[in-house]
Design a protein around this ligand. Structure first.
Ligand code: SAH
Length: 253
């Protein structure tokens, strides 16, 4: 895994996000770790307003659905025009549509996506996009969970954030992403900071001991216990699974 992460370092990862509401994505990606990633030139995120690709006086991006029923559907032409213009400039390793019926985003998928160079993300809105767009262009459909959002913009921000922080150099401590929850199928151990005594509650002695090996063992035990109690499904995977979960990136391309 470390080997792959090091290989990644040579490139800048680029996201192109297609949306009818770019304002919804701007803020989460312009602060904190994502901002730092962009400032360091490790991550590039371009927002494309689909309305700029719509024609006619009203620059219409949606229309009534065939067969009747409430809710508008995103028209295919502006989306196709935007994707094709971008494809003339570069090849995309993945063309993602955010959708409740897609594969569930998890840490393993984030790890795999973080190896890619150019990723396009199409955000749905209203009732979603015309099915023919999905059939023609989309190579991967991602859901961020079993609930329905008003639009794909927040899902796109979640994808860029969870993937972007895995690019080597983005986090200050290069190794810290490797110890987050879900890496190795375990949840993270509890963490503490100063003061050592607060409201009658003290920090576990071992963390103040300065004894690296004991601290490492304690954290591992806590991770195991927390995972066993809170996520028995993950615990089973950890106990029985092989721990190098990073699959080849080839099947995403
Ligand atoms: N009628 C659709 C939902 C439309 S919600 C259905 O029932 O499946 C509008 C848009 O929000 C979707 O097109 C999708 O792009 C986005 N969206 C909603 N929930 C999402 C989720 N859980 N994960 C990712 N994208 C989601």
């Amino acid at each position: 895994m470390k080997f792959r992460l090091i290989l990644r370092q040579i490139y800048t990862m680029r996201f192109d996000i297609l949306t009818v509401l770019p304002e919804l994505i701007e803020s989460p990606l312009n602060h904190s770790i994502m901002k730092r990633a962009k400032d360091k030139g490790l991550l590039e995120v371009y927002l494309h307003n689909l309305r700029d690709f719509a024609v006619g006086k009203h620059r219409q991006v949606d229309d009534y659905q065939f067969g009747g029923g409430a809710g508008m559907v995103m028209k295919p032409e502006p989306i196709a025009a935007c994707i094709e213009q971008l494809q003339q400039e570069r090849t995309y390793d993945a063309i993602i549509y955010t959708s409740p019926d897609g594969v569930r985003l998890d840490q393993e998928l984030c790890n795999r996506l973080s190896m890619l160079d150019n990723v396009l993300v199409l955000c749905g809105h209203y009732k979603g996009v015309d099915e023919r767009i999905r059939e023609t262009y989309i190579t991967l459909e991602i859901s961020i969970g079993d609930y329905v959002l008003s639009g794909g913009e927040l899902a796109a921000a979640v994808i860029v954030d969870s993937v972007g922080r895995l690019i080597p150099g983005v986090l200050n401590d290069e190794t810290s992403a490797l110890f987050d929850s879900f890496q190795d199928d375990l949840l993270a151990p509890p963490v503490y900071t100063r003061p050592a005594e607060w409201e009658g509650k003290s920090v576990p002695d071992v963390l103040l001991s300065g004894h690296e090996k004991m601290i490492e063992d304690w954290r591992h035990e806590q991770s195991l216990e927390r995972t066993r109690v809170r996520r028995p499904d993950l615990y089973e995977k950890y106990v029985h699974g092989d721990h190098d979960k990073i699959n080849s990136v080839e099947n995403l391309r």
